[in-house]
Design a protein around this ligand. Structure first.
Ligand code: NAG
Ligand code: NAG
Ligand code: NAG
Length: 396
């Protein structure tokens, strides 16, 4: 039992000596380096305090986009915000890179970048604050933090749901004007996680813009990342456009039902009107209240008009039917009173019993004739509307 114990002790001692040798030969005493560079470092002063403005390159790596909400007109994005600048005070002798974790970087100057038009945001903090600072021997500093932000996005919904949207991340330094700090983006500053998906939209592109905005307290650099989105409208086809086309078609069917079958036609008419109304209300719930008409509003309103027209048409047809029945009764009475006119028949009655309804004397409107007219004019007008609607919203 003694021998293995001693062997372990010898081994441990040997490893200790080995690691000590390695440390002193290869490594730099990082503690000493850190003490050295932070000694006399004033974190209240920007790098090169008296010199030209410090130029800070920003790189945004988009990790995910949590959708674009029309009802609140904003979008959420999770990203790695990376900033690169030079701080000559942090340069040191050596060849390794010093890494500061979240808490340790409090003694170093860091730019105070804010997101303009931000509603809510946070730096992720599991398991520790997701921030790091990396310093190279020449004083180059790289900063990275993982941020989720909800940002306002002005949306134009006139063409909804055939619309495209442009949302922007605008950054700025809160305290330093362009005399002290210049934030800028370069062509490679927007990086997007491959295969990113956004609910309801597809990302069609992105670009950058470096701008300078004059505020009351000076000019501030405000680099912008623009993102372009196109709505994927396939789901609207399935949930709005096809169902409403079917409802309009059902309302059209009622022109083939005998005008005397009042319960059938009234039920059909009212059901379609109510269904379109309910659908409209359901869709409006998910959209922001805007004062102008959206493309989908126009569609739903026109569909409602069509189904309402079919109900209205039945009202008129029913009235004509009443008039016609009265006329027939009168005719029958007349025939009873004068049997000599037996051969003659009312053209209206002929038409009801069959024959070509559309080739009649125009002054005699009957329920059947009105239905006949509606049978072809109703779909014709609807198809015409469709041509205008889709050409206008999809082509122009
Ligand atoms: C590193 O430097 C610190 C402070 O100068 C010193 O206390 C420590 O002993 C040094 N460590 C090594 C391994 O030299
Ligand atoms: C710091 O400022 C001086 C002028 O005051 C300039 O020559 C130098 O290039 C500046 N250094 C950096 C890193 O900007
Ligand atoms: C801001 O920029 C404008 C034009 O670029 C310039 O005329 C103006 O003097 C600047 N203001 C300050 C405070 O630097």
């Amino acid at each position: 039992m003694r021998n293995p114990c001693r062997a372990t002790q010898i081994c441990t001692a040997f490893l200790c000596v080995l690691s000590a040798v390695r440390y002193t030969v290869e490594g730099t005493n990082t503690t000493a380096v850190l003490n050295n560079i932070l000694n006399g470092y004033d974190k209240r002063l920007r790098p090169n305090d008296t010199g030209p403005p410090v130029r800070i390159k920003i790189v945004v790596y988009i990790e995910s986009m949590e959708g674009i909400r029309e009802s609140t007109m904003d979008f959420s994005v999770t990203m790695y915000l990376r900033m690169f600048w030079r701080d000559p005070r942090l340069s040191f002798e050596g060849d390794q890179t010093i890494i500061f974790k979240s808490g340790d970087m409090d003694n170093v100057w860091i730019p105070d970048v804010v997101f303009l038009y931000e509603k809510q945001s946070k730096v992720h903090s599991v398991t520790q604050m997701n921030r790091l600072l990396r310093v190279d021997p020449d004083g180059s500093v790289a900063y990275s933090s993982r941020v989720s932000a909800t940002l306002a996005c002005n949306m134009m919904l006139q063409r909804f749901p055939m619309d495209s949207q442009k949302c922007t991340i605008v950054m700025s330094s809160y305290a330093y004007s362009t005399r002290d700090v210049m934030l800028y983006l370069e062509e490679d500053s927007i990086q997007i996680e491959p295969g990113i998906t956004i609910s309801k939209f597809s990302l069609t592109g992105s670009d950058i813009a470096n701008a300078e905005v004059p505020y009351l307290l000076g000019n501030y650099s405000t680099p912008k990342c623009h993102f372009y989105f196109m709505r994927q409208m396939e789901s609207f086809f399935l949930t709005v456009y096809i169902p409403t086309v079917l409802l309009v078609s059902i309302a059209w069917l009622s022109f083939w039902i005998d005008a005397k079958a009042a319960p059938a036609r009234v039920a059909l008419g009212i059901t379609t009107v109510l269904t379109v109304t309910t659908m409209t209300a359901g869709i409006q719930d998910t959209l922001p209240v805007v004062t102008y008409a959206k493309a989908i509003d126009i569609w739903l309103a026109v569909c409602l008009l069509f189904v309402f027209f079919s109900l209205l048409e039945y009202g008129m047809a029913n009235y004509l039917l009443v008039v016609q029945t009265r006329r027939e009764k009168k005719k029958a009475r007349d025939i009873e009173q004068s049997p000599s006119k037996e051969g003659e028949r009312d053209p209206a009655i002929t038409s009801v019993e069959g024959g070509d309804c559309c080739r009649q004397r125009p002054q005699l409107w009957t329920a059947h004739r009105l239905d006949c007219l509606a049978r072809w004019s109703y779909p014709a007008v609807f198809i015409m509307f469709n041509v205008f609607y889709w050409v206008y919203f999809l082509v122009f």
